[in-house]
Design a protein around this ligand. Structure first.
Ligand code: RP5
Length: 162
């Protein structure tokens, strides 16, 4: 099983956020790999990971980081693959620092930036599936089923007090 999505994060402490992304990829049947890669503590690993991602078969990279969150942007600087950035909620500035570190990239090196925290983590997985769905019919089917099920759940539970 070759991983199509690489899920990287700046620290083990990001796992509480990033596990929602991995859970969602699993639900959708998207093969992924996961690894701690720090832009600041392991910069050489970040470079080699990003440079070899394409040849190793990865098609999308999801990168989560908090604080001075340079991981997604630096990863995007070293690969042409789509990079989806998840701002992890930091303790000092609630993730606004992470968000601003990821979102305001200079023209020429894009990162797709998701919401801070759990919502962004889940949505990064859904966005990765969406990107892959053009090429893989089974992922498209799983994504459409996820969305239909989500819609039905809301329609089946209209009373907020219940
Ligand atoms: C970032 O620094 C990581 O992505 C993490 O969100 C933050 C804090 O890391 P730890 O000090 O908890 O390892 O690089």
């Amino acid at each position: 099983m070759t991983a199509k999505v690489g899920v990287i994060m700046g620290s083990k402490s990001d796992w509480d956020t990033m596990r929602h992304c991995c859970d969602t990829l699993e639900k959708l049947g998207v093969e992924f790999e996961t690894k701690v890669v720090s832009a600041h503590r392991t910069p050489d690993l970040l470079f080699s990971y990003s440079e070899t991602a394409d040849e190793r078969g990865l098609e999308v990279i999801i990168a989560g980081a908090g604080g001075a969150a340079h991981l997604p942007g630096m990863c995007a600087a070293k690969t042409h693959l789509p990079v989806l950035g998840i701002p992890v909620q930091s303790s000092m500035l609630s993730g606004v620092d992470s968000l601003l570190s990821i979102v305001q990239m200079p023209a020429g090196i894009p990162t797709a930036t998701l919401a801070i925290g759990k919502a962004g983590s889940i949505n990064a997985a859904l966005l990765a599936a969406s990107i892959l769905s053009n090429k893989y019919p089974d992922i498209k089917e799983a994504l459409l089923a996820f969305r239909a099920n989500q819609t039905q759940t809301v329609l089946d539970n209209p009373n907020p007090a219940e």
